[in-house]
Ligand binder design. Structure first.
Ligand code: ADP
Ligand code: MG
Length: 360
């Protein structure tokens, strides 16, 4: 989800529909393409039978980031995490990195070094190696496209299409923190916050939320465990916001889903910000993107196995937030009072999204 400046509304289809159209018209399949367009990463089979993962993400200044709210190092770090997270969502091990970069004349060599320092800081713990890229001049904005390869054991990849009715829906970590962290950064940068009332936040909580935005974690280790122990039936990373990312799983799996609103994991810092702004924190959890947590589904008979597995993982929260339902059920959300309503897709769409506003 972009962190950026104003966007022009488009009269054409949304991002999801556009990608579906490209897929329909131009997407190719074949014996070596296990998974093409439609998942967090593509899976191709090598002639030796190995499964290779490929993913790419493009970040544009003014759309995905601004230099007002992130340093060059932060930008590089987050760009790398976006890709690492896609490999994590496939249950894969990230391996090799290519970086395509276009910079305006105002960028100094030191700034570009910082960008790479951020990329490598995120990649190094996973043993990922930089093997190539491309460089160009741009007129005014920075463009950063990262391509990451990975590998996964044959037949073990986690995809968006494996969820079945009755499976439990889990997420790692807490939701909405990154979005709120960005709001705090933007408020800080505004000299006179026009039309916004002041939000008083505890300094520690602010630091936590901003940290979650600028330095998110890719859940590579969790993805590996879920894949190698065959615990998850489907997975996706939460990059655009829960409601939209869950829709991808439901569409690809041919299912519906019921989300239990009170179960959504929301940090105390995110709640404090929501209270200060008089916004229901559930909105942040459903719409806020770039948390890079994993959403995955688990058949009921594997729930015990999951609990055993996560006992060894200190510091990462796992929360059951709902249940996969048959397709005609659609996507619905149950409130704390027990009422059930349609779960609208309100998460980030490049061509449609408006900001989250206060309750009236
Ligand atoms: P993610 O948020 O996990 O990076 P996206 O929503 O960007 O996933 O993309 C969903 C799927 O559509 C992926 O398989 C991706 O490779 C594919 N995709 C996205 N944009 C394009 C495009 N312009 N052309 C072809 N495939 C695309
Ligand atoms: Mg993804």
């Amino acid at each position: 989800m972009p962190s950026g400046a104003s966007r022009q509304p488009r009269k054409t289809a949304g991002e999801f529909e556009l990608i579906q159209d490209i897929h329909r018209r131009f997407g190719t399949t074949g014996p070596m393409v296990i998974r093409g367009i439609g998942d967090d990463a593509a899976i191709i089979k090598s002639s030796a039978g190995r499964w290779q993962l490929l993913t790419t993400d493009l970040l544009i200044e003014g759309v995905h980031f601004t230099l007002d709210t992130a340093t060059f190092k932060d930008i590089g770090y987050r760009a790398a995490v976006a890709n690492l997270s896609d490999i994590a969502a496939m249950g894969g091990l990230p391996q090799h990195l290519l970086v395509a970069l276009a910079v305006p004349p105002s960028c100094t060599p030191v700034q570009i070094q910082r960008l790479y320092q951020g990329i490598m800081k995120a990649c190094r713990p996973h043993g990922v190696q930089l093997i190539g890229g491309d460089t160009s001049a741009s007129q005014t904005e920075i463009f950063l496209a990262i391509t990451l390869t990975g590998r996964v054991e044959p037949q073990r990849a986690l995809t968006r299409s494996g969820a079945r009715p009755g499976d439990l829906i889990y997420v790692t970590g807490t939701l909405g923190d990154s979005y709120v962290g960005l709001q705090l950064l933007m408020r800080r940068r505004r000299k006179r916050p026009s039309g916004l009332h002041r939000v008083i936040m505890d300094a520690r909580q602010s630091r936590y939320l901003i940290g979650r935005h600028l330095r998110p974690s890719a859940r590579v280790h969790v993805g590996r465990l879920l894949a190698t122990h065959r615990i998850a039936s489907a997975a996706i990373d939460l990059s655009d916001g829960l409601s939209g990312d869950l829709r991808h799983v439901c569409t690809q799996s041919g299912t519906g889903a019921e989300i239990n609103a009170p179960a959504l994991p929301i940090s105390s810092a995110c709640r404090a910000y929501a209270d200060a702004c008089r916004i229901d924190p559930i909105q942040f959890a459903l719409r806020g993107g770039e948390d890079y947590e994993l959403l995955f589904t688990v058949p009921a008979k594997k729930q015990r196995g999951l609990h055993r597995l996560v006992q060894g993982l200190r510091g990462i929260q796992f929360t059951c937030i709902g249940l996969i339902k048959p397709h005609p059920f659609g996507m619905r959300i149950r409130s704390a009072e027990g009422s059930l309503r349609t779960l609208d897709v309100t998460s980030y769409d490049h061509f449609r999204t408006k900001p989250i506003s206060a309750r009236h």
